[in-house]
Design a protein around this ligand. Sequence first.
Ligand code: GDP
Ligand code: MG
Length: 177
Amino acid sequence: SGDFNQKIDYVFKVVLIGDSAVGKSQLLARFARNEFSLESKATIGVEFQTKTLIIDQKTVKAQIWDTAGQERYRAVTSAYYRGAVGAMLVYDMSKRQSFDHMARWLEELRGHADKNIVIMLIGNKCDLGTLRAVPTEDAQEFAERENLYFMETSALEATNVESAFLTVLTEIYRILS
Ligand code: GDP
Ligand code: MG
């Protein structure tokens, strides 16, 4: 994904949101660098990472923003959402509460973001199958009702991570190009 003097056709800002410890930072590490850590520390301040990819023969730079220790309701500032064309709404499928909070994260996102923003609901940690606390159908139903894409992922096992980001980025491209 080298950024060596490359002509960039598009820059897409995508934000990660959801409760603390659901795996947002590890999803980003997996997507941007193919890395994973079981001891990821809470990041301080807002950070983003970029990954450059080709969509439909165009060079797209994805700028993925990660909330950092601001995961309480209404603690994420409007600057975080500004200019975002995509969002990953992440819960931990072994933590029911993190899914129950999706509605208010979505409300906050919709209150700040562009109305055409592409949103993916992500049930992360699907490797923890035996600890599942959120049935797939509950999430699917919520996603359908709210018009969101939906996938279950594992940052640990690299399941559907690339696919989730690519789906969002390709849909953004389709809307904006
Ligand atoms: P964040 O607060 O949402 O950014 O969550 P982190 O990315 O820091 O992850 C919180 C904890 O969950 C860390 O111990 C991670 O290693 C772990 N974690 C993240 N993704 C997964 C996953 O897909 N599966 C499992 N089993 N653990 C994960
Ligand atoms: Mg984090």
